[in-house]
Design a protein around this ligand. Structure first.
Ligand code: 5GP
Ligand code: ZN
Length: 112
């Protein structure tokens, strides 16, 4: 499949890995929007949060359970922001489910 994040998950495209297990990969964003900016993806191709199926419940739960652990490993003890851009209005540019984990700077609200 012609999916850049599947290629990253399969190590066909190199990335700076922050965490990996059999189900998920966490790697540093190519264009960081904060001093720490990583992406957490399922290795399984899921196009977006809108495409998540009942069978993906455990996988999604696993991602969420790993967020605080990954954040801690990256030194985000002062907090962080977790972002999912979904679809056209959410400005999702890569059509493989991913969560942005950003930290080491004070975020503002509302986002752009
Ligand atoms: P989206 O806009 O879909 O929520 O976020 C996609 C993110 O993927 C962007 O922050 C972009 O910088 C990042 N990105 C796109 N292509 C690559 C790549 O080849 N390698 C890495 N590490 N990040 C990428
Ligand atoms: Zn994919």
């Amino acid at each position: 499949m012609d999916c850049i994040f599947c290629m990253i998950a399969n190590k066909e495209i190199p990335s700076k890995v922050a965490y990996e297990d059999d189900k998920i990969l966490c790697f540093h964003d190519l264009e960081p929007q904060a001093p720490v900016h990583v992406l957490i993806i399922p290795k399984k191709h899921i196009a977006s949060l809108d495409e998540v199926q009942e069978e993906d419940k455990e996988l999604l739960g696993h991602i969420m359970m790993m967020v605080p652990k990954i954040a801690e490993s990256l030194g985000l003890e002062n907090g962080y922001r977790l972002v999912n851009n979904c679809g056209e209005d959410g400005f999702q540019t890569v059509k493989h489910l991913h969560f942005h984990l950003l930290g080491k700077r004070k975020m503002i609200w509302p986002p752009g």
